[in-house]
Design a protein around this ligand. Structure first.
Ligand code: PBG
Length: 324
């Protein structure tokens, strides 16, 4: 009762505030998304993601060395596939010498202890820009799942530690788990994008990979932003099917979902702070309207406070440089 309890007492100095702080950000929290392209000596800034780049394989090596030296020890790989290699079935995704497979090997050769996670979905390989095989304007579920399982095995063969299916097809976690077990990859993990919403925040990412859907949208497979119970259902099913880590995506608009999932499951929870979230802050900071570092730290702290064990973020390097 006031004045016995004066809450401001615990805020009276930075020393005291740091003593009672509940959420601490460290390099261990982060998963760093990386965009890989064909070619040599390419470090190409993504126009809608200022300060973020696509790297060719020769330059990805120095990037992962730098990440490692900053204490950033996990990466999530995405590839930009040349148009002439795209088709409806994502055939190129299974090429043992494809860009993703070579990227995995390059990173593992450069920094063997780096944890390499790979995106598993058809969209960068699809001539339609969809996450699954298209027939008569529909996205086929079970046919897609078969390709995703083969793709996962191919990534495991190349040396990936984790596969990260981001496609939202039903039943894909079980099929991927079974395929990995059948091929002897029992230690290859699955980080499932379990509660992935049909969000307008993915725009800059689709620019980065030139992977925007050629027709329609992704609402028949990604979740309706209006739903919460469904997120729990999706997540629990993925865990039952064998997911080691589950994910909520995007981040900031979905922190209620993050907390609810954190309270209801017992596996690590990842949150993806997506491209649009990054671009919004970069744009506002460029205009001088927001304090970049202050807002960045507040957002990352909010994501962790909401319950994230792991944060996939384009800000990872900025944050770690700031706090070190
Ligand atoms: C594709 C995929 C997307 C993202 C990650 N994997 C885009 C989409 O679903 O259309 C978005 C990531 C971001 O916006 O940063 N399966």
């Amino acid at each position: 009762m006031y004045p016995l309890r004066r809450n401001r007492r615990l805020r009276s100095s930075e020393t005291l505030r740091s003593l009672v702080r509940e959420t601490i950000i460290s390099p261990n929290d982060f998963l760093v998304p990386l965009f890989v392209v064909e070619g040599k000596n390419i470090k190409d800034e993504i126009p809608s993601m200022p300060g973020y780049f696509r790297y060719s394989l020769d330059l990805i090596s120095s990037e992962v060395k730098e990440l490692w030296s900053l204490g950033l020890k996990s990466v999530l790989l995405f590839v930009k596939v040349p148009d002439n290699l795209k088709d409806n079935k994502g055939t190129e995704a299974l090429n043992p010498n494809g860009l993703m497979q070579r990227a995995i090997k390059t990173i593992k050769d450069t920094v063997p202890d780096m944890l390499v996670m790979t995106d598993v979905a058809l969209d960068p390989y699809s001539s339609y820009g969809h996450d699954g095989i298209v027939e008569d304007g529909l996205i086929l579920n079970d046919e897609t799942v078969e390709v995703l399982a083969e793709m996962s095995v191919s990534h495991a063969q190349a040396g990936a530690n984790f596969v990260a299916p981001s496609d939202m097809m039903d039943g894909r976690i079980l099929s991927i788990r079974e395929a990995l077990e059948d091929e002897g990859y029992m230690d290859t993990g699955i980080m499932s994008y379990s509660a992935k919403y049909a969000s307008s925040f993915y725009g800059p990412f689709r620019d980065a990979l030139d992977s925007a859907p050629g027709f329609g949208d992704k609402k028949t497979y990604q979740m309706d932003p209006a739903n919460r119970d469904e997120a729990i259902r999706e997540t629990e099913m993925d865990i039952d099917e064998g997911a080691d880590i589950v994910m909520v995506k995007p981040g900031l608009c979905y922190l209620d979902i993050v907390r609810e999932i954190r309270n209801s499951v017992e596996v690590p929870v990842a949150v993806y702070q997506v491209s649009g979230e990054y671009s919004m802050l970069k744009a506002a900071a460029e205009k001088g309207w927001l304090d970049h570092d202050g807002v960045m730290m507040e957002q990352i702290t909010a994501i962790k406070r909401a319950g994230a064990h792991i944060i996939a973020s384009y800000f990872a390097k900025d944050v770690v440089k700031l706090i070190s």
